[in-house]
Design a protein around this ligand. Structure first.
Ligand SMILES: NC(=O)c1ccc[n+]([C@@H]2O[C@H](COP(=O)([O-])OP(=O)(O)OC[C@H]3O[C@@H](n4cnc5c(N)ncnc54)[C@H](O)[C@@H]3O)[C@@H](O)[C@H]2O)c1
Ligand SMILES: O=C(O)C[C@H](O)C(=O)O
Length: 496
């Protein structure tokens, strides 16, 4: 990770970011912005245009390296509101501003995000920003880390008209995200990453225990999201009301020698009860399921939502992003490629051989020997076990999972905000194969899955075609196990 010195990107403490943002905006041509900065980074390097050019995400702080210049974005952006209506400036600021493009938010808009809530650990001002002035300026992206931030920030959000507010341009920090299982190994670092998102106004943390301390701790970070804690089933409904995204990493992790399916007996019940609460309190939210076995917990969730009459297949996601993150990393290492450039679609499911990286579809185009294909495929499929064994009984992947889950949250929020160019691999209800659920690349939109990308499955190699056939029996069994569990539970409830 490249470190940027303070002076390099801040131009000194007095740099007026809002002014620079206005200059940047005025540098656009008749409202058509210049191409997004080639320095824009991404927590979501895999979020691309279908054509394959990189599309930057607004979470810059984890960007490993400068990506290739993306295709020019010809979207017409709105004129900044003279009264200071929230605008999010992104993109092609000169190098100094790559580290800190500006966001301005009207005081009205900012205050809207400051509604006082019980147990609110957030500050009463905009996390130390100038909430009382008519316009707040703050550095976007890594700038939340402060002027001395050493992470290289390249991603900067762009002006995105938020769907909720019709023709008005709304502040970016306007989404509410709940994490269920927030005090756990994944939940804690995930909470931190979401707290750093410029798109989030409220971060609601729920767990059955130990969540107060996590919330108090996170709330000291001077970023916009207000942190709220909720403990135990009695507070779950309150946690969920009005949220835009619910992320569920609640449940037990593997120990060495276990399969993900060995977690079914405990985690199926946990997911069931949490989804019932989601159905009752925020049926419109995007639901991101991390709890294993994902191949079964997502079908369980679908059945529970159906039983409650609120199932929307476009908004229920099994988080398989970590498989993509790993595939990208391992391929980049093997082929000596820039990490940020590599994008490997991973399809199927999220366990053992059901994890199928389509190496032949790697972007940029790269060739593999048969031996490399075999070795990389196996490593990606066993990467979870690699971590479980290395942790030797202390759990499974938590940090890389939090990174992957934060990327998926960010992609979802960008899609909600109207970004027309968001793609992720995820395990969803699908007609791509004969299986009712299947992980593949999907295009995300403000209402969830906009389309499922079928092209990755076309023209695959013989190795991939065989692996695809081979995974189906296991994936089918896991799906059916989940559905059967949900039906039995319903039957049991009905007979009481
Ligand atoms: N999808 C993936 O790629 C992926 C990757 C890594 C881990 N996982 C899975 O994520 C899950 C969590 O892993 P972890 O390492 O964070 O485990 P963990 O044990 O560290 O944390 C789990 C948290 O869930 C909480 N919890 C338990 N029951 C709950 C309930 N009913 N309501 C709310 N919270 C509850 C626990 O109190 C704990 O804080 C595991 O099932 C693991 O297998 C999935
Ligand atoms: O391997 C596990 O049990 C956790 C997770 O599914 C992973 O892929 O790391």
């Amino acid at each position: 990770m490249e470190a940027a010195g303070e002076d390099e990107f801040m131009g000194g403490a007095e740099l007026d970011l809002a002014q620079l943002a206005r200059e940047e905006y005025s540098a656009t041509n008749n409202g058509v912005p210049r191409p997004l900065s080639p320095r824009l980074p991404s927590l979501s390097p895999a979020c691309k245009r279908e054509g394959g050019s990189l599309h930057p995400a607004p979470l810059p702080y984890l960007s490993p390296k400068t990506p290739d210049p993306p295709a020019p974005n010809q979207e017409k952006e709105k004129e900044p509101d003279a009264r200071g209506a929230a605008i999010l400036i992104c993109s092609t600021l000169p190098t100094k501003l790559d580290m800190a493009s500006a966001v301005t938010i009207s005081s009205v808009s900012a205050q809207a995000a400051l509604v006082s809530k019980p147990r609110n650990h957030g500050s009463t001002s905009f996390s130390g920003l100038k909430a009382s002035s008519s316009s707040i300026s703050f550095e976007s992206g890594t700038s939340f880390l402060g002027k001395t931030a050493s992470l290289r920030a390249s991603g900067t959000p762009r002006i995105v008209p938020k769907a909720k507010s019709g023709s008005q341009i709304s502040p970016q920090a306007s989404y509410k995200v709940a994490v269920l299982g927030a005090a756990g190994g994944i939940g804690q670092p995930l909470g931190l990453l979401i707290k750093m998102s410029p798109l989030v106004s409220e971060l609601r943390l729920y767990d059955i225990a130990n969540v107060k301390g996590v919330a108090a701790d996170l709330s000291h970070c001077n970023t916009p999201a207000q942190v709220m804690d909720f403990t135990g089933p009695a507070e779950l409904a309150e946690c969920l009301k009005g949220v835009d995204v619910v992320v569920i990493p609640a449940g037990v992790p593997r120990k060495p020698g276990m399969t993900r399916d060995d977690l079914f007996n405990i985690n199926a019940g946990i997911v069931k009860s949490l989804i019932e609460a989601v159905a009752d309190n925020c049926p419109e939210a995007f639901i991101h399921i991390i709890s294993n076995p994902v191949n079964s917990t997502v079908p369980i969730a679908a059945e529970i939502l159906k039983q409650k009459g609120v199932y929307n297949p476009k908004k229920l996601f099994g988080v398989s992003t970590l498989d993509v993150v790993r595939a990208n990393t391992f391929v980049a290492q093997k082929k000596n490629l820039s990490l940020i450039d590599v994008d490997v679609p991973v399809v199927g499911g999220h366990a053992g051989i059901t994890i199928l990286p389509l190496l032949s579809k790697t972007r940029p185009s790269v060739s593999f020997t048969d031996e490399e294909t075999e070795q990389l495929t196996k490593r990606i499929q066993n990467a979870g076990t690699e971590v479980v064994e290395a942790k030797a009984g202390a759990g499974s992947a938590t940090l890389s999972m939090a990174y992957a889950a934060a990327r998926f949250v960010e992609s979802s929020l960008r899609a909600m905000a109207g970004d027309p160019d968001v793609y992720e691999c995820t395990y969803v209800q699908s007609e791509l194969t004969e299986l009712p659920f299947f992980a593949s690349r999907v295009k995300l939109g403000k209402d969830g899955v906009e389309s499922i990308i079928s092209s990755d499955l076309e023209g695959v190699t013989e190795y991939e075609a065989k692996a695809l056939e081979a995974l189906k029996a296991e994936l089918k069994a896991s799906i059916e196990k989940g559905i059967e569990f949900a039906h039995k539970q319903q039957g049991a409830a009905a007979s009481v």
